[in-house]
Design a protein around this ligand. Structure first.
Ligand SMILES: Nc1ncnc2c1ncn2[C@@H]1O[C@H](COP(=O)(O)OP(=O)(O)O)[C@@H](O)[C@H]1O
Ligand SMILES: Cc1cn([C@H]2C[C@H](O)[C@@H](COP(=O)(O)OP(=O)(O)O)O2)c(=O)[nH]c1=O
Length: 193
């Protein structure tokens, strides 16, 4: 089982992934948690380049990192019988690289070769709450500065419809008035279904 958690900056992806992993481990699953960009030389290069590179270079670097992530980490963990939960995957590129004016079809071409997850979980929330959370951060990345929670939510909605048409298994969870563990419990129900 390969589960990905997606959504705009500050929506609670990392926190929810932690809660979902804990709930699954309690139920006896072997869980491997991972994140994109990865904590590898290629992933760190993409993170460092985000501030200054042209959008297309960043899109390609992130797609290269994802390709290696699949081959060297995700597939081996799945083959070993682990459940893999990734904080960000293809949807992040389809949404975020559009902030750099790249067309959706071009971003899709860079990512079309990686396997679809068993389930992609899109977390969403009210834009004003996300804005408040971003304001609490010490610094913002370039993409956080040029985008906005409202724009990111609109892009993720568009990407959700785009992937529906391509037959991806997805679920969309409203995080309003739900703590991270409640969101994780809802995700687990979806996973079990
Ligand atoms: N469901 C939730 N309800 C309230 N606060 C949350 C929830 N999920 C996450 N948070 C808080 O929101 C902030 C951003 O969460 P984080 O997991 O870092 O988001 P992301 O990984 O999507 O950027 C953190 O301070 C976290 O504690
Ligand atoms: C996964 C992914 C990340 N990124 C960029 C967005 C962010 O600026 C940067 C780091 O991702 P982010 O999830 O914001 O990392 P963290 O919260 O750990 O700092 O990578 C893309 O541009 N496309 C992608 O597909």
């Amino acid at each position: 089982m390969f589960i990905v958690v997606e959504g705009p900056n500050g929506v609670g992806k990392s926190t929810t992934v932690g809660c979902l992993a804990a709930r699954m481990r309690e139920r006896g699953f072997l869980v491997h948690v991972t994140t994109e960009p990865t904590d590898t030389p290629l992933g760190r290069l993409a993170r460092d380049g985000e501030e200054t590179w042209p959008g297309r270079a960043l899109a390609l670097a992130v797609a290269a990192d994802r390709t290696l992530h699949v081959e060297e980490e995700i597939r081996p963990a799945l083959a070993a019988g682990q459940v893999v939960i990734s904080d960000r995957y293809v949807q992040s590129s389809l949404a975020l690289q559009q902030l750099d004016q790249l067309p959706l079809e071009e971003i899709w071409r860079y990512n079309a070769h990686v396997p679809p997850p068993s389930l992609s979980c899109y977390l969403h929330h009210r834009p004003d709450v996300l804005e408040q959370r971003l304001r609490a951060r010490a610094s913002l990345s370039r993409l956080e500065r040029i985008g906005s929670p409202e724009r990111e939510l609109a892009l993720y909605d568009e990407v959700y419809r785009f992937l529906e048409r391509r037959g991806w298994r997805q679920t969309r969870i409203d995080c309003r008035d739900r703590d991270a563990d409640t969101v994780a419990a809802l995700l687990l129900q979806e996973v079990q279904r």
